[in-house]
Structures are given as C-alpha cells and as structure tokens.
Design a binder for this molecule. Structure first.
Ligand SMILES: Nc1nc2c(ncn2[C@@H]2O[C@H](COP(=O)(O)OP(=O)(O)OP(=O)(O)O)[C@@H](O)[C@H]2O)c(=O)[nH]1
Ligand SMILES: [Mg+2]
Length: 462
C-alpha cells in the first residue's frame, strides 16, 4: 500500500512556527497523538486504558473569570479524568486576557508545561478549555505528547458508559463530529485493505479517511432517526397524552437515579461515578391524590457539557424540555452546590428546558449541613439513601404537578353525570356548587381534557 503522506497533512491547519528547541531534554518519540490514528472507526478512546495515564491539567483564567472559578472547574476536570481512568499529577493555571490563537496559552507557558510534563513523565496534557483543532495540533507538536481538552475527556467517559444501542450510537456520533475537523495524516496511518474505501485517483489518505468518517456519521444519524421514530410511536402507544411527565435533572452524581429508585422502587443503576446514567429510564409513579405521573431519570450535567454531546443526545435530553415539570436534584454535600446549580441551569437553557417549572431538591442531606438550604427558600432537603424528606417531596411534587394544569370554571347540566365523573377522574375538582339546572365546578385540567370539555367551560383561571 502506498503510504506516502509521511508528513502530517497541514492543509486545514494553520501551523504556526512554534520553534523546535524549547529546552526539552529528551524527546518522546512515539507519543500517540490524539487524532492521527483514527481511520474512520472509533476503536479506542482518547485516553489509553491499558494503564492509568499520568496527566497534567491546564486551566486558563480569562478576562471576567476568577481564579476560584477556574480552580473549581479544574477540580471537576480532575474528577472527570479520574472517572475516565487516569490520574492527574499536577495542574497549571495561566491568566490571559484572551486565548492565544496558536496554542490557547502563551508560548512561555507551553515551555513551562513541557518541562513539567517531562519531570512527571506524564503521558497527556488536558486543557480545561475547548481547543481548536489547530491549537490542539500545535500543542502536540511542542509538547510531544497527547494534548486533549475537557470535551475529549467527557466523550471518553460517555463512550465507556454507553450500553444501549442508542446510547452507543449517540456517543459515537458525538465522537466522530469531534474528530472530523481534527483528522490529520500520520506516519503510521492505518493500512488500507483493498476494496471499498480505498483511495480513489488523486485522493490523499486524509481525504479517504475524512470521507469514511462522513459516511459513518450519516449512517449513525440515520440509525438514530429510526430509533427515535420507533421510540416515539411506542411511547405514544404506551401513555395517554394526559399523563404528566416529570423529569429528574441535575448535576452528575447528585443522586438522580437513587431518587428515582427511592420513589418508584425502580431497579436503576446507581453508582458513585460521573455519568453512570446515559439512557433515560421512565417509571410510573402514583401521587397521593391518585394521579399517575411518568418520572424519568436521565443523563447528568457538568460544566461546559460539550455541544457535540448535547446535539447527539438531543433525543435523550428532549425528555427534559418536553416535561411538564422538572425535579432538579442537587448534591447538598458538594463543595459548592450553588455553582453546580448554575452549571445545570446553563445546560437547561441550552436544551430549551429553562422555562419548565422546576422543584429544587437538595439530596444527600444525611451528609450535609442543613445550612446549605438557607439561601434557597423553596428548596426541599431529602436523602434518597435514608428516605428522609421524601414524603414531603412527594407532597410538593403532587402540588406542583397540579399547578401545571390550569383551573377552569365549568357548568355541567345535571343530565351529564358522565362528564362530571370524567372531571373527577381525569382532572382535579377544587370546588362545586349546585344550581337548579347545573353543577358549577372549578377544576384543574390539562389542555387535552379542557379541549374535550370545551362546551362546558364558562371561565378560565378561576
Ligand atoms: N450519602 C448519600 N449518598 C447518596 C444519596 N443519594 C445518592 N447517593 C450516592 O451518590 C452516588 C451517585 O448516585 P446516583 O443515583 O448514581 O447519582 P446520579 O445523579 O444518577 O449520577 P449519574 O447518573 O452518574 O449522573 C451513589 O454512590 C449513591 O449511593 C444520599 O441521599 N445520601
Ligand atoms: Mg444516574
């Protein structure tokens, strides 16, 4: 096979002259590089899992940001890397007005990082900020080791945790969309077998690989569309449109799955790791008043959730945007619950779920100070483990679900006992008054029921 592109292909990259002699005492000749080896399929993640990689992390304090914020973000990155199966050996922080176009951080800082990387003998440097493909390539060239960003780490974790066909397809799609602009030629590029996918006349290896990636992306998109169509129709068949949908959202590891299983005795995966849940699990839950709702537990959020994942997980995240009500679960024992809440609210905005009414629930109160609730007057404290506060949560949940329906005033002729029965069954009657010809009723109903009983409605929002 002709493997002529022995030089990294630079056609899409603005490689800047970053200088060769940066004082490196030794050159690590065979660092993997993050993206050169992909030949169109994701065979492995970005991090090597044959051993625990040693990783240096880098944070940048940009204009308008504080060192504390970045330290916090780096704490989270450290947890993410641990979850991904590697160890952080040290962190570096730089203050800058704005990112450097060539390498995100300044050249002097990169040299410092190289020294540090050599002294720790670390395998990979992970940047907390999203790197442009060219920045990533430039950094790898200078640092002589894999340079990744937070997005790559999160994609890696998702790839490890995906189990369902849909989850796997969603993750692969996100990975491919991330990789596509980062593909570059490499010396030992994957050997092409003859037949389909071989290089056409005048096509470079890089073009072949890019074409294969695009093809795979289209195939996955089609697959996901099919899964969604099938699931949507199953869902329609299963549930009457009147059943209220409540989604449990929140920061990863806050105890969302634990809460679902505490409420519904559902057998869901609960694990002390980030992004344990990637597939939405829905269970029916009977409220004290008798009304049944659908409770869905879904993927957790973090700061700067990669847009590739948000796009690929659109159909999973849709359950939050389409819900009548959200239960936002917060880990009350977290170092800084407020900043986790902020991160979640930001993702909710991104997926168009920020207008959905929300109950704020502080979980893990068994190991938190009650003081955390002080600045959140509407929040409810619970423990999914001990069951403390759960009864109260259920009451609040029932009330909140009621409020998602509108109150109407109806006049129902005595001859229509069937309608009266239907309101009692499907809505919530708040008051009744008998007159000579009719029963006057104030009831909360959703739009579907209200539509059916339109002819009896005499007023709204009573
Ligand atoms: N002490 C204490 N631990 C809890 C409580 N609720 C959950 N946990 C623990 O927190 C960890 C995460 O719980 P999960 O229910 O998996 O959290 P999650 O929000 O679904 O997490 P992801 O799906 O990974 O986003 C597990 O180790 C749970 O046992 C609680 O009320 N108290
Ligand atoms: Mg979970």
């Amino acid at each position: 096979m002709d493997e002529s592109n022995s030089e990294p292909n630079t056609e899409e990259f603005e490689f800047v002259d970053v200088g060769e002699d940066l004082g490196a005492k030794e050159i690590i000749s065979d660092h993997r590089g993050a993206f050169g080896e992909f030949g169109g399929e994701i065979s492995k993640g970005f991090l090597d899992r044959a051993f625990r990689e040693k990783i240096l992390i880098v944070g940048v304090v940009l204009d308008g940001e504080t060192v504390e914020e970045i330290e916090e973000s780096l704490d989270e990155l450290e947890l993410l890397i641990d979850t991904a199966g590697a160890d952080v050996v040290d962190r570096v922080i730089q203050k800058r007005n704005s990112p450097d176009p060539a390498m995100y951080i300044g050249k002097g800082k990169v040299e410092e990082i190289l020294e540090l990387a050599l002294s720790y003998d670390c395998d990979t440097v992970v940047f907390d900020n999203e790197l442009a493909p060219s920045q990533q390539a430039n950094l790898e060239k200078v640092l002589k080791r894999t340079a990744l960003d937070r997005t790559a780490v999160i994609l890696d974790i998702f790839a490890q945790h995906a189990t369902s066909a849909e989850g796997k397809a969603q993750v692969e799609l996100a990975q491919l969309r991330y990789n596509l602009p980062r593909l570059r030629g490499k010396k030992n590029f994957s050997q092409q077998a003859g037949g389909i996918g071989t290089r056409g006349p005048g096509e470079t290896q890089l073009e072949v690989d890019r074409r294969r990636l695009v093809k795979r992306i289209h195939k996955l998109e089609a697959e996901l569309r099919q899964i969604k169509i099938k699931r949507d129709s199953q869902r329609k068949a299963r549930q009457s449109s009147r059943t209220k949908k409540v989604s449990i959202v929140g920061y990863t590891n806050a105890g969302k799955s634990s809460l679902l299983s505490r409420l519904t005795s559902a057998d869901v995966l609960v694990e002390d790791k980030l992004f344990a849940t990637l597939d939405a699990t829905t269970r029916q839950f009977g409220l004290p008043g008798g009304e049944k709702i659908l409770l869905t537990d879904t993927v957790g959020f973090v700061r700067k959730l990669p847009h590739q994942l948000i796009e690929a997980f659109q159909s999973t995240l849709e359950v939050a945007a389409a819900a009548d009500l959200l239960v936002h679960v917060v880990d009350a024992s977290a170092v800084d619950p407020a900043s986790n809440i902020k991160a979640v609210v930001e993702v909710l905005e991104q997926i168009g779920a920020d207008q959905v009414p929300t109950i704020l629930v502080f979980n893990k109160m068994d190991k938190a100070d009650r003081g955390v609730l002080a600045s959140y007057s509407d929040a409810i404290g619970v423990s999914a483990i001990t069951g403390d506060g759960i009864e109260h949560l259920v009451t609040v949940l029932a009330d909140a679900v009621q409020l998602t329906s509108q109150a109407y005033e109806l006049e129902i002729p005595w001859s229509r006992g069937d309608v009266l029965a239907q309101i009692h069954r499907e809505g919530r009657v708040e008051s009744t008054r008998e007159t000579v010809d009719a029963m006057q009723v104030v009831a909360r109903m959703d739009t579907v029921l209200a539509g059916q009983l339109n002819e009896f409605i005499v007023g709204e929002d009573a």
